[in-house]
Design a protein around this ligand. Structure first.
Ligand SMILES: C[S@@+](CC[C@H](N)C(=O)[O-])C[C@H]1O[C@@H](n2cnc3c(N)ncnc32)[C@H](O)[C@@H]1O
Length: 332
């Protein structure tokens, strides 16, 4: 397995690549493989993207499966499982236009295109090199497998290059904690969302005492200087600067902003905590915390613990579905 700098994918799994790989193989191996034509140009573009001297935003990326082809196929299948779950949670069935907000190289966009072949799928990301690689991959897709291909745009989420009310479904997975202005990004999502449309958003919850990108325990909403000091004491000083750009997002902030923007939201993290407590699954992330929850669930404490966690907001992830009221399908 080649280790290099990298990907977005790690973020969704708290840097636990084995967990991700296991997840990918257990849940996604039955999904369709990605039919992509590989040539020197695509190999070179991937090598550039993986070069830590050129591309420093993402933290360590691991190429899965021993080759770029295996990696891309593995991640595509896993992304298909992820986008399918997000669409299910958001109740999205046949969207006309989909936006992958903070798409990186576009695996979730490819997955959305595969799941919704008739939809117009757009991905935005401010990282030009990721958009270039995503666009190149899209140009090498087998048009028998993909009638339409995703369209990628180099743009910050604070200034989306789309008209008002364009998208039926917007998803943003492990992005909002990285942006320059969370409130403006959420306003932009609300602006380009159609009435009746849905946003799926996930990110770490910084009320939970753990920072998943750097793998460090931290006080809830800790001053960054304190977290950086802790990291230096643990020999992780070289990574400490990474935390500077992060936004300590949390449920109170998200929910207040959704209300300001006139969105109606569901807190899906609480439902997930209850699923984990009952042993029904959803324990891929934050393995030890999930195992502890399952243990408490087995002791018959599900109701008590679920209520306490929901009230205290002490769960590891923000997971929201937010809808814009109105629209033909959801008119009251
Ligand atoms: C951890 S990656 C997640 C990528 C992808 N959503 C996924 O789940 O694989 C975070 C992404 O957020 C993007 N990003 C950073 N600032 C942004 C902004 N202001 N607007 C939109 N995306 C941003 C980064 O370029 C990066 O691709």
């Amino acid at each position: 397995m080649q280790s290099a700098k990298i990907s977005s994918l790690d973020y969704g799994v708290s840097g636990k690549v084995t967990t991700f790989e296991e997840t990918a193989s257990k849940r996604a191996s039955d999904l369709e493989a990605l039919a992509l034509s590989w040539d020197d140009e695509l190999h070179a573009a991937w090598s550039d993207w993986l070069d830590p001297d050129r591309f420093s935003f993402q933290r360590g990326y691991t190429v899965l499966g021993g080759s770029l082809q295996a990696h891309v196929d593995t991640v595509y299948r896993a992304s298909t499982a992820v986008v399918r779950r997000m669409a299910n949670e958001a109740g999205v069935v046949a969207p006309n236009r989909v936006l992958d907000f903070g798409c990186s190289v576009g695996f979730n966009s490819l997955a959305a295109q595969g799941l919704f072949p008739d939809a117009e799928v757009h991905g935005i990301d401010p990282e030009g090199i990721s958009i270039e690689l995503g666009t190149l991959m899209a140009s090498r897709l087998d048009r028998g497998q993909f009638g339409k291909v995703p369209q990628y745009h180099e743009a910050p989420g604070e200034r989306l290059p789309f008209d008002d009310e364009t998208f039926d479904f917007i998803y943003s997975t492990t992005v909002i904690e990285h942006v320059d202005d969370v409130n403006v990004c959420l306003a932009e999502m609300a602006r380009v969302l159609k009435s009746g449309g849905a946003i799926y958003l996930d990110a770490p919850n910084y009320i939970f005492p753990y920072e998943p990108h750097v793998g460090s325990m931290m006080l809830p909403l800790s001053p960054k200087s304190l977290l950086k000091t802790t990291m230096r004491m643990r020999g992780k000083g070289r990574e400490a600067g990474f935390v500077d750009h992060l936004n300590w997002v949390h449920p109170g902030w998200m929910e207040r902003r959704f209300r300001e923007l006139g969105l109606v939201y569901e807190n899906r993290a609480i439902a997930k905590v209850r699923r984990v407590l009952s042993g029904e699954g959803g324990a891929v992330h934050y393995g030890r915390a999930a195992a502890a929850l399952q243990f408490l669930g087995r002791l018959g404490l599900s109701g008590l613990i679920g209520g306490a966690l929901a009230t205290s907001r002490l769960y590891p992830s923000l997971i929201y579905v937010a809808r814009k009221p109105g629209g033909p399908d959801r008119a009251a």
